[in-house]
Design a protein around this ligand. Structure first.
Ligand SMILES: [Zn+2]
Ligand SMILES: [Zn+2]
Length: 229
């Protein structure tokens, strides 16, 4: 019984780390791919169409067409939102999916499937490497990045005051935990410096990959100004 529990706990931890690592890796090389790599994807649109659409919705729309004036304000006016809606409407079904996902602050229908497939990539290897109990534990926590990207990411772009007033006591408690505070700081740094570090919402992978940047005193001052901490 003790070993059963121990194996499952080890599996949960490995699943957490695998998910975090995959999240950090794909966020860096797909969602915020460096320009040269993105141009390479564009040369082979049939092979990399999923990567190209992910880059468009995340890097172009989420990073640069929303939250432009303020980290915790998606649009500074109705007019700004309408302009983006018109632009996205011209993109057909993909544009509509982006609008439906609150402008890529959540995962859209296809986005969830793509993310789950990416997170599942290492599962066959885990199955071969570990026993069934460890593998069962991995299968529980490996999906955390998708949960964070869909349900938690929107709160990372809200002021504490907004969360407290409009989103219920459980969410308010969750967002104020030490872990979520660190996620919020990590994500702020990710956006502030142009999406070149701090890719995780599930913390750990960035540190393992040595791609984590620490917040400075100035960063903390800015986070206070926008009501994030
Ligand atoms: Zn974000
Ligand atoms: Zn990003």
């Amino acid at each position: 019984m003790l070993f059963t529990l121990l194996y499952i706990i080890i599996g949960l931890l490995i699943g957490y780390l695998v998910g975090s690592y995959v999240e950090s890796f794909f966020h860096q090389y797909v969602s915020d791919a460096p320009t040269k790599l993105y141009k390479f994807y564009r040369r082979y649109p049939r092979i990399f169409s999923a990567f190209i659409s992910t880059y468009y919705s995340h890097h172009i729309i989420h990073h640069y067409h929303t939250y432009k004036s303020h980290y915790t304000t998606q649009f500074s006016s109705d007019e700004e939102e309408q302009k983006l809606q018109i632009k996205l409407a011209k993109k057909g079904s993909h544009g509509q999916l982006i609008i439906d996902s609150a402008y890529a602050v959540k995962l859209g229908g296809r986005g969830i499937v793509k993310y789950l497939v990416a997170l599942a990539l290492l599962l066959p290897l885990c199955y071969l490497l570990f026993n069934k109990l460890i593998f069962a534990g991995i299968c529980i926590t490996v999906w955390l990045p998708a949960i964070m990207a869909h349900w938690v990411h929107p709160y990372m772009h809200m002021s504490k005051q907004d969360v407290k007033q409009n989103h219920g006591s459980f969410i308010n408690w969750l967002i104020n935990t030490r872990y979520m505070r660190n996620v919020a700081i990590n994500h702020f740094i990710h956006h502030k410096y142009g999406g070149v570090s701090n890719y995780n919402l599930v913390l750990g992978g960035d540190i393992l990959r040595r791609i984590s940047r620490k917040a400075t005193a100035e960063d903390f001052r800015e986070m206070k100004t926008v009501g994030l901490i």
